[in-house]
Design a protein around this ligand. Structure first.
Ligand code: PLP
Length: 382
């Protein structure tokens, strides 16, 4: 099997699986219990929190565990507006993940309008448009760090600088950047950052929100005293332990891993461009997560390419995993100016820790043949 859909999710690292299995066997206690069985679990949760906080260069009390990247995004956005009910404008970009887009639609139903900042043809937000949108009515700006479909990295530090002129807090969805580019919160200056364990070889169903001390935010979920009253509910202790282990591994091997994946990805990109005619690379040429490769193969339906590759056990995506089963054209590809037929011809390949030279060879053997064959039987004029 050749798995090239690491932006949708990553396989768990065997070391993470082992750590979770060992923990699960021995630590069933409720972390809120005061006797040793509970205390021990709480300590381990806090050790995982420390590992994650440390990797971002922040204090442990600024990390709140959640159930997913989606929840972290909801929490940052809805929590900010609940905390500042006088603010009636939300600013975000035209290429956000549905976790942010749908939350904006929710805000709209509550009387908070959203300004969607457009992007250029590489998928970079237009800072001059952002600057024009700023006002004292803005309660939060949420601009993703790296886009899931294109890999394009946004100038988040610049957004923070502009927002600072009006004291507007900034959230960034770091689900696709965390672990794929080395950064700390100080490099960005944001007030909130969302991350998710299953994109970094950890378990599904656990995420975290970095929330800067002192920035107003209301909880999303009420109940017990967990997560310092910010996110009630008995903790997903095994998931959190796995998250911590995944981050520990990244800290140890992240740099060399990123270099290796970058080399693989560059070879794949260069040879696709060399061997397959009538294609377009989507995304920023330099400022992007290089493990993400998005191409439009003119004249074809991406789904046909995806299914043909799948018969050879090569797994790729037609765009955001969340829009996979919808007929609609990706809002991200539309936002960078692709025509609907170009957007529908787009395939995303995303490499990861377990990608190999052989995987790249397999794609380079199969993909040109598939494209040629499909084009030969497609009557579309390209
Ligand atoms: C940019 C981005 N934000 C948020 C999410 C949602 O994360 P989760 O799957 O943990 O809910 C994803 C997942 O695809 C993503 O790519």
């Amino acid at each position: 099997m050749v798995y090239l859909d690491n932006n949708a999710t990553t396989p768990m690292d065997p070391a993470v699986c082992k750590r979770m299995a060992d923990f699960q066997q021995t630590h069933f206690g409720n972390p809120s219990s005061l006797y040793p069985l509970g205390r021990e679990v709480k300590e381990q949760i806090n050790a995982a929190r420390e590992t994650i906080a440390d990797s971002l260069g922040v204090s442990r009390s600024e990390i709140i565990f959640t159930g997913s990247g989606t929840e972290s995004d909801n929490f940052a956005i809805r929590g900010s507006f609940s905390a500042r009910p006088d603010k009636k404008t939300f600013i975000t970009s035209a290429i956000e993940h549905p976790a942010v887009v749908e939350t904006a639609h929710y805000l709209d139903r509550k009387g908070i309008r959203t300004i969607f900042i457009p992007v250029d043809s590489f998928g970079v937000i237009r800072l001059e448009e952002l600057e024009k949108a700023l006002s004292d009515d803005v309660g939060l700006i949420s601009i993703m760090h790296a886009n899931n479909e294109l890999g394009t990295i946004q100038p988040v530090a610049e957004v923070v600088r502009l927002a600072g002129t009006r004291n507007i807090p900034v959230h960034t969805d770091g689900v696709q950047s965390f672990g794929k580019i080395g950064f700390e919160i100080a490099d960005l200056g944001v007030d909130f950052l969302s991350i998710s364990a299953h994109k970094i070889y950890g378990p599904k169903g656990v995420g975290a929100l970095y929330a800067k001390k002192g920035t107003p935010i209301e909880p999303l979920i009420y109940g017990g005293h967990q997560e310092r009253l910010m996110r009630a509910g008995t903790e997903n202790s095994t998931g959190i332990i796995g998250f911590g282990e995944a981050v520990r591994i990244l800290k140890k091997n992240g740099k060399s891993e990123r270099d290796r994946i970058r080399r693989l990805s560059r070879r794949l990109k260069a040879q696709i461009e060399e061997t397959i005619p009538k294609i377009k690379f989507n995304g920023h040429p330099k400022n992007r997560i290089e493990s993400t490769l998005n191409f439009s193969f003119f004249g074809l339906e991406a789904e046909a390419v995806l299914l043909a590759l799948a018969t050879r056990e090569i797994y790729v995506s037609t765009g955001s995993a969340c829009s996979e089963d919808s007929e609609e054209v990706s809002h991200v590809l539309s936002a960078i100016g692709l025509r609907p037929e170009e957007a529908r011809a787009s395939i995303r390949m995303s490499l990861g820790r377990f990608s190999t030279e052989e995987d790249v060879d397999a794609v380079l053997t199969e993909l040109p043949k598939i494209i040629q064959k499909l084009r030969a039987i497609t009557a579309l004029d390209i």
